[in-house]
Design a protein around this ligand. Structure first.
Ligand code: SF4
Ligand code: SF4
Length: 370
């Protein structure tokens, strides 16, 4: 069986050979110049980091990607979609603000930031996949309409999925709010009464009139009427509408794989995956903190195969030196998986096995050192 190619760049440098130059070499070797062409509008899917979290990737790395795409006369843009939870990235205005605070702007990277699912996360396109959990998936419109995509992911732990890499960045990260909702939950949203200010916005926007006021003039959702569209989550400025996050374990993992499948199916000839195996914290960049990393930094890897890149990331991280000051060191020092300390019940590699069955790529790969 043919092995997928995964290109690896370590972090050793010397005068005249910076990490940025090495990253450029990595991208060229992994075929960036053959994948993208003049006049194409190329999205670079990123995570700009949540307030308080310093684990997000430096904009300097992204500028290397932007510069290469511009040399090819492409029009690159940096992109993400809004969050399901109520935070600094839950609407495009605040999302653009925090991206800029974290150094992601035109001046520093040479490319604009575009929030791909619009002002409140409701701007999307549905496409057919006909899989086990979803007949259709929802893709943020900006990503759907791009000519190609570089999925630039920070590889680290994740409490729900074991680890987060290319699949998490694309499958969940490029989904609009209703897409995130249907991945995270099998039930409809609910309203936290003490946070409801009775502003009435959700009543106005619910297309099936599933929301009404109770006797205390607090909004309540009629679960029989609700179609789970997520509009109320999007429009409530007070964070009163909540999702139950009641999909977990293998179901959540399969759903993320199916969402990624839909996005990959649309653009598979025009995609490059780049994973940064640095600052490998126990949990994702959506949190408002970043704990001591679990292992030493490894480097950057790139591939056109989403399964191979996440499998290689996982394997390389398992071999990296464990950091004894990590809060999880005692739990993981004798474990096979360094992610087992946080989520012993979740095997993140199940996602890659499921994706392999969907013919998205191969867990069998060869590492080519650049
Ligand atoms: S939008 Fe939020 S605060 Fe306003 S009525 Fe609905 S739940 Fe209450
Ligand atoms: S999820 Fe959609 S259908 Fe359900 S209550 Fe909210 S706005 Fe109405």
């Amino acid at each position: 069986m043919k092995k997928a190619k995964v290109y690896l760049m370590d972090l050793y440098t010397q005068p005249g050979l910076s990490l940025l130059k090495k990253l450029k070499n990595l991208l060229v070797r992994s075929g960036i110049n053959d994948i993208f062409n003049e006049k194409e509008i190329i999205g670079i899917k990123l995570h700009f980091g949540e307030d308080g979290n310093l684990g997000y990737l430096r904009p300097d790395y992204t500028k290397v990607i932007v510069d290469l795409l511009k040399e090819k006369k492409c029009s690159p843009f940096l992109t993400d979609s809004g969050t399901l939870y109520h935070g600094r990235r839950s609407n495009a205005v605040e999302h653009l603000q925090i991206a800029s605070e974290h150094g992601y702007n035109f001046l520093s990277t040479g490319a604009p930031v575009v929030i791909s699912d619009g002002l409140i996360g409701m701007d999307f396109k549905e496409i057919e996949v006909n899989l086990k959990h979803f007949k259709k998936i929802k893709i943020a419109n900006g990503i759907y309409h791009s000519d190609g995509l570089i999925v630039f992911s920070h590889f680290k732990g994740h409490s729900g999925t074991g680890f987060g890499g290319a699949f998490k960045n694309l499958g969940m990260g490029a989904a609009p709010r209703p897409g995130k909702l249907e991945q995270h939950s099998d039930t409809v949203p609910f309203i936290k009464q003490d946070l409801c200010t009775s502003c009435g916005i959700c009543l106005k926007y619910c297309s099936v009139n599933a929301i009404s006021y109770n006797e205390q003039k607090k909004a309540v959702i009629n679960t029989d009427q609700c179609i789970g569209c997520g509009e109320c989550l999007a429009v409530c400025r007070w964070g009163a509408v909540k999702n139950k996050y009641d999909t977990a374990g293998e179901i959540l993992i399969e759903k993320i794989a199916e969402y990624t499948y839909g996005m990959w199916k649309e653009k598979k000839e025009k995609m490059l995956f780049v994973n940064a195996l640095i600052d490998i914290h126990p949990d994702c960049d959506c949190w408002d903190y970043n704990d001591v990393p679990l292992v030493e930094d490894v480097g950057f890897i790139a591939s056109i195969d989403p399964v191979a890149i996440d499998q290689a990331s996982y394997d390389l991280v398992q071999k990296a030196g464990k950091i004894s000051s990590s809060a999880y060191f005692d739990k993981i020092k004798d474990q096979d998986s360094i992610f087992a300390g946080m989520t012993p019940e979740v095997d993140g590699t199940y996602l890659l096995k499921y994706a392999e069955k969907l013919n998205m790529g191969s867990r069998n790969y060869e590492i080519i050192k650049v």
